[in-house]
Design a binder for this molecule. Structure first.
Ligand SMILES: Cc1cc2nc3c(=O)[nH]c(=O)nc-3n(C[C@H](O)[C@H](O)[C@H](O)COP(=O)(O)O)c2cc1C
Length: 383
């Protein structure tokens, strides 16, 4: 059979956390929930053993008690935090408001579905427990969405898992995974969330090897255009930015880059250019490049193109992502679209081209990693 790809993709990309658009007034029939669970049970199952157990709670008093426990486990904090300080707007605030709304109204959902599994994770790192249940719970959410229902993936209650177990009679040896408030959705038009592009988070054959398209590119370097390294830093992005946006920073840590000077600016700004000095002892080469800042968005992105603003031979980029306790710093390099000395060496030695490119990428990876490790040390100093 042929799937309707457009519909399937819409289902996969718009099954969102629904909280404020849950219809609390309309009953959800049991047979509909059972059908969705039957579909969900088709998910991969370790050792073929059917260990998932689903509890559908519809009794108003039991729902009220579960909702109270959800609030005691953290939901009330979410509500209070929102009341304390109305934030400036944006996605984070909308999410906080929506979470608070659900916490305040959990008992009004026509059904609360608790997904559990027989077994207790032994911490061994071996698969076989959570990995036999989460995919089924998500299939359940997709089956709901396809029928005009919705839910939100919630785990806050797990801080009160013991109380949940007492209330619902869940035996020892069973692990609770997720609590899904289920209702018809008010309207069915949901939109895809903002997520990273696949090209930014997919590595080919080796950790960090990217296939970002650098633009129209020589077939020589099209095979391996990029490399990315990442590091988690226990310091806020504002502090990490000071180092990441310093054009001299990698001279302190990398073997190759020797230093740089701004040409027409006294600091980082979009449109500014700087001259960098480089040295490779392995091929006895010293050279200079002019780079053009193509993105400067503190404390998030600092990027520059080498040799030519529009048709660079290399594109470098720092990205800073705020984490709960700090920053994830990535440094990315995309080679091309113009050929650099590496590309010209490949042209001159076509038989060796793959090897030249691969070893140059390894060299870059090593220097970039030294650079990020150095920035991490500096940024965490005194934090
Ligand atoms: C592991 C996990 C736990 C979550 N726990 C809660 C929760 O306790 N309460 C809640 O309101 N949302 C919870 N969420 C939902 C996220 O907040 C939700 O994904 C977020 O609002 C973004 O919405 P989206 O998935 O539609 O992009 C959880 C999501 C995950 C993956």
């Amino acid at each position: 059979m042929d799937f309707d790809i457009e519909q399937t993709d819409t289902l996969l990309s718009t099954t969102r956390a629904v909280r404020r658009r849950l219809d609390f007034e309309r009953d959800v029939p049991d047979d509909l929930l059972m059908r969705c669970i039957e579909l969900a049970e088709q998910a991969p199952t370790g050792a073929g053993v059917s260990s998932r157990r689903w509890i559908i709670v519809k009794h108003p008093e039991t729902k009220a008690q579960l909702a109270e426990l959800y609030r005691a486990a953290g939901g009330s904090r979410v509500i209070e935090r929102l009341e304390d300080r109305r934030l400036a707007g944006g996605r984070q605030e909308r999410m906080a408001e929506s979470s608070a709304y659900l916490a305040a109204n959990m008992e009004k959902a026509p059904a609360l579905v608790l997904v559990t599994i027989w077994g207790v994770h032994d911490g061994s790192g071996r698969p076989g427990l959570f990995d036999s249940v989460i995919q089924a719970a998500w299939s359940f959410c997709l089956a709901l969405r396809a029928r005009g229902l919705g839910s939100a993936w919630t785990t806050m209650h797990l801080g009160k898992a013991k109380e949940f177990a007492d209330l619902l009679g869940i035996p020892d040896g069973v692990t609770q995974i997720v609590l899904l408030p289920v209702a018809w959705t008010i309207g069915t038009d949901f939109t895809p969330a903002l997520r990273r592009k696949a090209s930014e988070i997919v590595w080919f054959d080796r950790w960090g090897n990217t296939q970002e398209n650098p633009g129209e590119v020589s077939s020589l370097i099209a095979a391996a255009p990029g490399v990315a390294v990442e590091i988690d830093i226990a310091a806020p992005p504002e502090r990490v930015w000071e180092f990441a946006s310093d054009i001299n920073i990698s001279a302190r840590f990398s073997d190759e880059f020797q230093g740089a000077e701004w040409v027409d600016s006294d600091g980082p700004r979009e449109g500014a250019s700087f001259i960098g000095r480089n040295e490779r002892t392995d091929v006895n080469r010293v050279w200079q490049t002019t780079s053009y800042v193509v993105a400067c968005d503190p404390p998030r992105v600092f990027a520059w193109n080498v040799n030519d603003r529009d048709r660079p031979s290399a594109q470098w980029r720092f990205e800073l992502e705020r984490l709960p306790g700090g920053t994830r710093l990535s440094q990315r390099l995309v080679m091309g679209p113009s050929l650099s000395a590496t590309g010209r060496a490949m042209e001159a030695n076509p038989d060796q081209a793959r090897h030249i490119l691969a070893s140059r990428r390894e060299q870059h990876r090593g220097n970039m990693l030294l650079n990020l490790q150095g920035i991490k040390r500096l940024a965490e100093m005194g934090v």
